[in-house]
Ligand binder design. Sequence first.
Ligand code: 13P
Length: 239
Amino acid sequence: MGKLIVANWKMNKVRVEAEAFFAELDGLVDNHSKNAYAVCPPATILHYVSEVAPKKMKVGAQNVYYKESGAFTGEISVKMAKDAGASFSLVGHSERRNIFGETNDDVKEKITALQNDGLDVMLCVGEHLEEHDNLKAVLQEQLSVLKDVDIGKVIVAYEPVWAIGTGKVAELQDIVCAHKIIKDYVKNMFGRDVKVLYGGSVKASNAGEILSLDEVDGVLVGGASLDPKQFAQMINTEC
Ligand code: 13P
């Protein structure tokens, strides 16, 4: 069965760079690959990317604000992200939580706003290094925002904070353990199966072993997703 490979470009790439990325990606992706793939570009090129990305590729926002409109300088609403071509949005990325002070309450509001407007949700969760001994409680608290949410339209991304952009990947058995905690909690609390992606220093050279794990439904990739060669190699991985 195929898996889901998602690029999170973070605050990288302007239009010409995106154009060059897709021109190169086109010749590298194996069209017979069973894997699905998606990209979350910066908001400024969301519309452009949704026009030029391959038809098969979903396009998502990196963040949205939960208010419908009004005096919220610098923010984009769900309706705006949707209008620009997004079919889903990341929510609760650790960079949003840690740099911009996003709380679980904000995350909950964003999930509700996205679902009200028909967009899918990619909820990011993960522990700081010093929280690792307390992994289960930390993840469960972050997942508690899924109460009264349509879980069928949610994918969870497990991204240990200490593994993001550091080159340090979680051990395979730790990835399995965290994904089991997430899947069991969602099943027990909300009665639904949920897909879980792994993120944190995934690159072409380690994606194969991570994607081969049964508990891993895909990967959310930052730095390495900026390179069309690495991203194509991940899409082409047989899982
Ligand atoms: P890196 O792949 O650069 O570690 O980033 C992971 C991430 O934060 C994806 O959302």
